[in-house]
Design a protein around this ligand. Structure first.
Ligand code: NAD
Length: 424
């Protein structure tokens, strides 16, 4: 018998159906599993096959709608794609508690992306740095030549920055080109420019260029949201003060800050995903920004105003687009964008920042009051009921029994399901 091999030659050239058959042969997937893979739902297999390599199926993620949001004076329904229970409900709760007081105010620093060109093997890096800076007009011309479409839309090269970086391989000269990518996330746009520019940098300095790629620390593309919650709308001054304690904990401790920021990203990533944008790019940018001063800390800032309101702000890099990547290609991303009614990438980023702030408010409030498990119990109980094998109406019925008993465990869910089926 020959050993099974994962070296599936020609796999990329095969049809989706043939790939599924081949994977099934290797892994022993059942006919039912194969049928599940073949049913790609609202994302046509032909289209999906163009988005990634070696496609064998699609992965459906629930899409919910956050209600109660008022952002910059406009009421908006926000689509959120997430597999995690309580995330959508949390945003709705937070938004409800500030709706009467005006909701969220947002702004943005711009739509500038940074691409880096790494230069090594220069004996005189300080000279090289200045030589590159002297070529600003040529750099602009090289970059703008790459993307006439972007230029026509008012985007293109904006700035040139050069640093000498000390590294374990010796000094490196790092060039940043700053580019306005308008309604595109801009990764491909700026990567193309960096690649085009690199040979000139090498020629001007006599060094060798290596990496040429964007930075996901998109700190020239900061989305900002702020909001005030009146103490009486959130359960009184004790709740407000408890939330301030929760915030100060996150501000001071990276172990807490990681979870605090994960909560923010629950909201941010769900909208980023729903609109077909790059969740990894946004997450990398957010966490790098949270550590920009050398210590990882909270992405939000919270204060108590003179009137005693709880005031929160969120500021984070948000490189999202309305064109490029899957935003235009994915039919559900297009539905999500139509639902939001946004005309620019900036409008989208600002809404996402408001959702992130709402999410953080909700998480801190629940932690500072009832505790997360109690708040999540009903939704969590549904998941546990399904894990125990409940289907249809049984899910709600079993979940209800678990919550009533005050204990949500899969073994208890199995017992409750058995009792339910036996008519007890
Ligand atoms: P893209 O190249 O597909 O589209 C951008 C282009 O569309 C612009 O360069 C411009 O020529 C044109 N365009 C048309 N209308 C426009 C408008 N209104 N505003 C701006 N440009 C307009 O996409 P992109 O945004 O350059 O790249 C995004 C993709 O790159 C994502 O899929 C992302 O996952 C991927 N990516 C990310 C990384 C990273 O984050 N590290 C690296 C590589 C690729």
């Amino acid at each position: 018998m020959t050993a099974r091999t994962s070296r599936l030659s020609g796999f990329h050239k095969q049809s989706v159906a043939d790939r599924i058959a081949r994977v099934a042969e290797f892994t022993g997937l059942s006919a039912a599993d194969q049928a599940l893979l073949a049913g790609t739902g609202h994302l046509d297999a032909e289209l999906a096959n163009h988005l990634i390599e070696h496609l064998v199926g699609t992965m459906n993620i629930p899409l919910g709608v956050a209600t109660n949001l008022r952002i910059d004076g406009r009421d908006v329904l926000v689509p959120m794609a997430t597999e995690e229970s309580s995330v959508v409900a949390a945003v709705c709760n937070a938004a409800r508690q500030c709706y009467e007081h005006g909701g969220f105010t947002t702004s943005m620093s711009g739509t500038l992306m940074i691409a880096q060109v790494q230069l090594v093997d220069v004996p005189d890096p300080e000279h090289a740095r200045i030589r590159i800076l002297e070529r600003r007009d040529e750099v602009r011309a090289i970059c703008d030549d790459c993307d006439p479409v972007l230029l026509k839309l008012g985007g293109g090269f904006r700035d040139l920055e050069v640093r000498v970086l000390d590294s374990r391989s010796g000094p490196m000269v790092i060039t940043h080109i700053v580019v306005d990518t308008r309604d595109a996330m801009g990764a491909n746009a700026v990567n193309t420019m960096a690649e085009k520019l690199a040979p000139s940098i090498a020629a001007w300095t006599g060094g060798r260029t290596y990496l040429r790629i964007l930075s996901n620390l998109a700190d020239r593309r900061l989305a900002r949201a702020r909001c005030e919650w009146r103490a009486e709308d959130i359960g009184g001054p004790e709740v407000r003060d408890g939330m301030m304690l929760a915030y100060h904990f996150a501000e001071a401790d990276p172990y807490r800050a990681a979870t605090h920021n994960k909560g923010i990203m629950n909201g941010v990533s769900a909208v980023v995903l729903a609109t077909g944008n790059d969740t990894r790019a946004v997450e990398a940018g957010a966490h790098a920004y949270a550590a920009r001063n050398g210590r990882y800390t909270s992405l939000t800032r919270w204060e108590v105003t003179r009137e005693g309101h709880l005031a929160g702000v969120l500021e984070l890099p948000l490189a999202v687009g309305l064109v490029g990547g899957a935003t235009k290609a994915h039919p559900m991303a297009q539905v999500a964008l139509r639902m939001l009614g946004v005309r620019t990438a900036e409008e989208l980023a600002r809404i996402i920042a408001a959702v992130g702030l709402a999410q953080n408010f909700a998480a801190m409030r629940v932690l500072a009051t009832t505790g997360v498990q109690k708040g999540h119990m009903a939704l969590h109980a549904h998941n546990i009921a399904m894990m125990a094998g409940a289907v249809g109406d049984e899910v709600g019925a079993v979940a209800q029994r678990l919550v009533a008993a005050g204990r949500v465990r899969v073994d208890l869910a199995e017992a409750e399901l058995a009792a339910l089926r036996a008519g007890r």
